[in-house]
Design a protein around this ligand. Structure first.
Ligand code: KG4
Ligand code: ZN
Length: 351
């Protein structure tokens, strides 16, 4: 089965044509072609994603990117209908409705977070031999949540951020450190530089909600602590490269400490057999390593799956794979002309 997927939930316009087949132990995927256009450079001057600009850019980019898929035979069109920025989501939804209609093929609604989760479980092009339950740590610019999948395509959010998402905190701290948007990779680079040169902060940042008896997290206080640290020492202009690197490292250490500690808790409580991370922040080297360490030392029996770096950020391959996994299992969510974009769509929504 061949699916053409469209992703426009934030500032990436993505299209992907993926062929999926049932195999004994799961599904095999072959990416026939994909296209991804990032608007990050445009949004950089606003220091974040500007929804109406994103919408305008998606409207412009979609027909251009679609050109290379136009002649292809497809069995269905899949589109992200949430969560994300509503004006941005709508562009993809409207465009997909139009092409599904023109071709007379089904339109499948796909949840963006399910896309991150399922595609992160894919190994060597196959989604197979997955031992349930799965615990997923989804860390992106808009979300930070622990999701348990006890049965395929059924999700329970067992923990989440009380305020900012991890990626959002990275982006805000990047701004305070005068680094460009999107700031996650920039803060991470600076933190790596500090580690390599043994540069440490003399101020310890808080680990918010570390000791709470649940799997929830919070990053707003951590972000504010960085703001005060900079302010109390005379502002960012008083920080040379090494001093900024020390702050980036301490911020990343605090973020990783909290995520690792809460992952430990969520693994114990869920009895998960498989652990997976997904979303933009899942590209972070330090967080990946710290989580791998946790699994290696405390959870020998749990299999950890790490997404390839090219699919951690938003893309349409993940949407195609999630839609294919559902369709090949007979659990697809066929939509029609009434399909709506839903900004705060939860992965927990039963379909
Ligand atoms: O999943 P994603 O591409 O978009 C959303 O659905 O939000 O995630 C984007 C987020 C941004 O906040 C970005 O700064 C962060 O992921 N990010 C990182 C890294 N790469 C991307 N954060 C920390 N370290 C990274 N290496
Ligand atoms: Zn995302």
């Amino acid at each position: 089965m061949r699916i053409l997927a469209i992703e426009t939930s934030c500032d990436e316009t993505g299209l992907a044509l993926v062929e999926g087949t049932n195999i004994d132990s799961g599904f095999a995927f072959e990416v026939i072609d994909s296209a991804l256009l990032s608007q990050a450079a445009l949004h950089a001057e606003y220091g974040g994603v500007y929804p109406n600009l994103a919408k305008r850019e998606h409207e412009k980019n979609l027909p251009v990117l679609f050109e290379k898929f136009k002649e292809q035979q497809v069995d269905a069109i899949a589109v992200t209908n949430g969560p994300g920025l509503e004006p941005a989501l709508w562009t993809g939804v409207e465009f997909s409705k139009k092409i599904a209609k023109e071709r007379g093929v089904p339109l499948l609604a796909t949840n963006h977070m399910e896309g991150h989760l399922l595609s992160s479980l894919v190994k060597d092009g196959k989604l197979e031999n997955v031992q349930l339950p799965v615990l997923a740590l989804l860390i992106s610019g808009g979300h930070t949540e622990f999701v348990v999948m006890k049965n395929w395509f059924t999700y329970e959010i067992v923990g989440k951020t009380k305020d900012d998402a991890a990626g959002e905190a990275y982006d805000k701290v990047a701004r305070m450190l005068a680094l460009p948007y999107p700031g996650g990779p920039e803060v991470s680079k600076l933190a790596e530089y500090a580690r390599a040169n043994n540069i440490k902060s003399d101020v310890k940042l808080p680990r918010p909600m570390y000791d709470t008896k649940d799997s929830n997290v919070s990053f707003s206080g951590l972000k504010t602590a960085v703001l005060y640290l900079l302010r109390d020492k005379g502002g960012i202009q008083k920080f040379d490269l090494d001093a900024r690197a020390a702050v980036a490292r301490e911020f990343e250490d605090a973020t990783a400490d909290v995520l690792v500690h809460k992952t430990k808790r969520a693994l114990e409580e869920s009895g998960a057999q498989t652990f997976v991370i997904g979303g933009g922040v899942a590209a972070n080297k330090h967080i990946r390593e710290k989580l791998q360490e946790l699994i290696a030392t405390d959870f020998n029996e749990v299999e950890m799956r790490l997404p390839e770096l090219n699919i951690t950020g938003d893309n349409a391959i993940m949407i195609a794979e999630a839609a294919l996994a559902r369709a090949l299992s007979g659990k697809d969510d066929q939509a029609d002309d009434t399909l709506r974009a839903i900004g705060n769509l939860s992965i927990q929504t039963n379909k």
